[in-house]
Ligand binder design. Structure first.
Ligand code: AMP
Ligand code: ZN
Length: 666
């Protein structure tokens, strides 16, 4: 046998053993024999570098480093799924489809809804060539090197009946046992445990070092083949074929001849799901016929032929250990329940928000109560009820804090507000830090490199008292501080210096005046044009401004009355910050007559609605989606990439907010 023949034989043998072990769970050789064969292959490949194969079983161990993951367009968009929460939703869905197709009955497949990170795998001539994350559905990240290390992903397909090229979609999962084992190691190493399997799975895909991915017990479940339609007639056939080709398709899927059979499947899994070694968050029901799928098509977000059925939020019981109080930058106090740690929907839950004093009274919460905790979707868990039977005799109701946990100042509460406040605005540490953190945040001054800890350090060292003092910082002040390297000191000082260019509206937002959020700040900046005009405005003037109510007006007047605020503004002025902006009189003209605009994203100067108004006032027409007839796409921050791509494809010009303003000024 030549070296080449030997290598090829070993490769296909190892692919096969790998599949038997990781997909079929039925190995026929021992781990030791496997390792010996792998070692033999590694040695042979090292001697014959000209025979390198990117899909060799030796590539599973990883070791390649990906610095930047390339963005890749999906050939077929990866849609979301519509959700249903009860059986009536499903019956309604069925009725809609039957009407749409003009048929009396449909049959379905039922699959489990795996809760992991979606992935799209492309195979050419039976070899894995690309693995892409879902991203925003239109484009994702190329994570091929990392995916290759996942043992249940075939690198080569053994069968010979597959299409020349196809894409198969699935979910990268971290089984619960593997997740717990990873956490045991982390805790031993003194690191914070991971919060839940899903996030850990999706985080794994973006690790730069693929050998770290190889070390994680990830698995890949497949559920959808996207290929030329002539290959299959039904979803069931695709699942069977994928299984036959060696993909890891969990065997729990079933064919349901009618909605009644779907309901039976739901009944079964509603109770059985907790016994699975991995997490599911529901069932996915798909119309079985691919011809019908094609006819039904897609909404803007999801296929019309598939529906996710979500299980009811899981609830667990645990005990309340304590109530602690957090102080926000405005002094607002948020009570937080400290719970005995408990696993809920795969996440270790230790805290739940209690919102305010009235919420606690409403629950009737006592110290040491046994409570039910629920989690809906991504939201912070909440306490839904108390188990009254387990309440201890002589237990006491929660006595709400009377003083600030940070500075011991007696708390206050306005009669018309639910929240308590710490009134020690100038002295209370979390408020002082919070104000600086808010000032430098992305939507305000956008100064990178300073975390809450560094801010605290700066205050403790007497280097800053308020955010205005940031502008006096020098590199040599920062370098002696713990944790700040010379390079980062340079960057921080540079970022602070750059921020003097930030437009007035964002500076105003950064001041952190209570109730003056981003939108209100823009409104005020555009209306008054300068901090001086704003600070001189009376209550009546302020209330006369469109959308500015009494509460906001009072807060603004109070802010500018304080000596502290005036001093702060003086300092900012000396530092050269933008404290005024040109008021744009929105012109009315016919300049934009016959032009059609799509407005998307977040803008600096105007809110999106204002921008639309400006366009209309000048004769332009607003349309909601981009077509070949669209004249301009006005693109702001955070606009989805899909819009941009569509505009570029159709040759629609893209304008920035500044471009539009300039266009109107001309
Ligand atoms: P959602 O993100 O809630 O809109 O749900 C859509 C996602 O469910 C898809 O992107 C898939 O990643 C995931 N999913 C899990 N299991 C399945 C399945 N059996 N069929 C289709 N999608 C699934
Ligand atoms: Zn305080």
């Amino acid at each position: 046998m030549t070296a080449e023949e030997q290598i090829n034989a070993l490769r296909s043998e190892l692919h096969d053993h790998n599949k038997r072990y990781y997909v079929e769970d039925a190995p026929i050789i021992s781990d030791q024999e496997f390792d010996e064969k792998l070692a033999e292959l590694i040695a042979l490949e090292a001697l014959n570098p000209q025979l390198f194969d990117p899909n060799s079983p030796t590539q599973r161990v990883g070791g390649t480093i990906t610095k930047n993951f390339n963005t890749v367009m999906h050939k077929h968009r990866m849609y979301s799924l519509d959700n249903s929460y009860n059986r009536q939703d499903l019956l309604d869905w069925e009725a809609r489809m039957c009407k749409n197709l003009g048929v009396a009955q449909l049959d379905y497949t039922c699959e489990l809804k795996y809760d992991g990170a979606s992935i799209s795998l492309t195979y050419k001539k039976g070899a894995l060539v690309q693995a892409v994350t879902r991203g925003d559905g239109f484009q994702g990240d190329d994570v091929t090197q990392n995916i290759k290390t996942i043992r249940s992903v075939p690198l080569k397909i053994a069968s010979n009946t597959f299409p020349e090229q196809f894409t198969i979609r699935g979910e990268i999962m971290l089984p619960i046992a593997g997740f717990k084992a990873m956490n045991v190691l982390r805790i031993k190493a003194g690191e914070e445990p991971y919060m839940n399997p899903r996030n850990t799975a999706s985080g794994s895909l973006k690790l730069q070092d693929s050998s770290l991915v190889a070390a994680r017990p990830l698995v890949c479940f497949l559920y959808q083949i996207v290929a030329d339609r002539s290959y299959f007639d039904t979803q069931l056939e695709t699942l069977n074929a994928a299984t036959k080709w060696g993909f890891n398709v969990p065997k729990h899927y079933t064919h349901a001849a009618s909605m009644d059979r779907v309901f039976a499947f739901l009944d079964q899994w509603e109770t059985k799901r907790t016994s699975l070694p991995y997490e599911i968050d529901g069932v996915v029901i798909k119309v079985n016929s691919l011809a019908y799928q094609e006819q039904l098509g897609y909404t803007a977000k999801s296929p019309r032929w598939a529906m996710a059925y979500k299980f009811k939020a899981e609830a667990v019981e645990t005990s309340l250990e304590d109530v602690v109080y957090q102080v926000g930058r405005t002094g607002a106090i948020t009570p937080v329940a400290q719970l005995k740690p408990v696993l809920l929907g795969g996440t270790i839950v230790k805290r739940a928000s209690l919102h305010n004093a009235a919420f606690i009274t409403g629950l009737g919460l006592h110290y040491n109560d046994s409570v039910f905790v629920e989690k809906g979707g991504e939201i912070i868990p909440k306490i839904t009820a108390i188990n009254a039977e387990k309440r201890q005799i002589n237990s006491h109701p929660i006595a709400y804090a009377t003083v600030c946990p940070e500075c011991a100042t007696p708390l206050e509460r306005n009669l018309d507000e639910a929240q308590h406040y710490c009134p020690n605005v100038l002295g209370c540490m979390p408020q002082r830090i919070g104000r600086v953190a808010h000032f430098i945040s992305r939507k305000a001054m956008d100064i990178d490199g300073l975390g809450a800890e560094t801010i605290q350090l700066l205050m403790q060292h007497g280097l800053i008292d308020t955010f205005a003092d940031l502008y006096t910082l020098r590199e040599e002040d920062l370098i002696p501080l713990e944790r700040i390297a010379e390079k980062s000191a340079q960057n921080i000082v540079q970022a602070i210096a750059n921020s003097v260019q930030v437009p007035f509206a964002r500076v105003l937002f950064g001041l952190g005046i209570r109730y003056v959020g981003q939108t209100v700040a823009k409104k005020l900046a555009q209306h008054f044009g300068s901090i001086d005009a704003l600070s001189n405005a009376s209550l009546e003037t302020l209330e006369g401004v469109d959308e500015i109510g009494t509460r906001i007006a009072h807060s603004i007047v109070a802010y500018f009355k304080s000596d502290q605020s005036r001093k702060l503004i003086l300092q900012l002025r000396q530092a050269g910050l933008q404290l005024e902006q040109q008021i744009i009189q929105t012109p009315t003209s016919a300049l934009l007559k016959d032009l059609r605009f799509v407005v998307s994203g977040v803008f600096e100067r105007y809110s999106r609605d204002e921008l639309k108004e400006v366009i209309e006032q000048n004769g332009g027409k607003i349309v909601s989606s981009i077509s070949a007839k669209t004249s301009y796409l006005v693109a702001g921050d955070k606009m989805g990439p899909a819009k941009k791509i569509k505009a570029e494809t159709l040759g629609v010009s893209i304008l920035s907010e500044a471009d539009l303003v300039a266009m109107l000024a001309s």
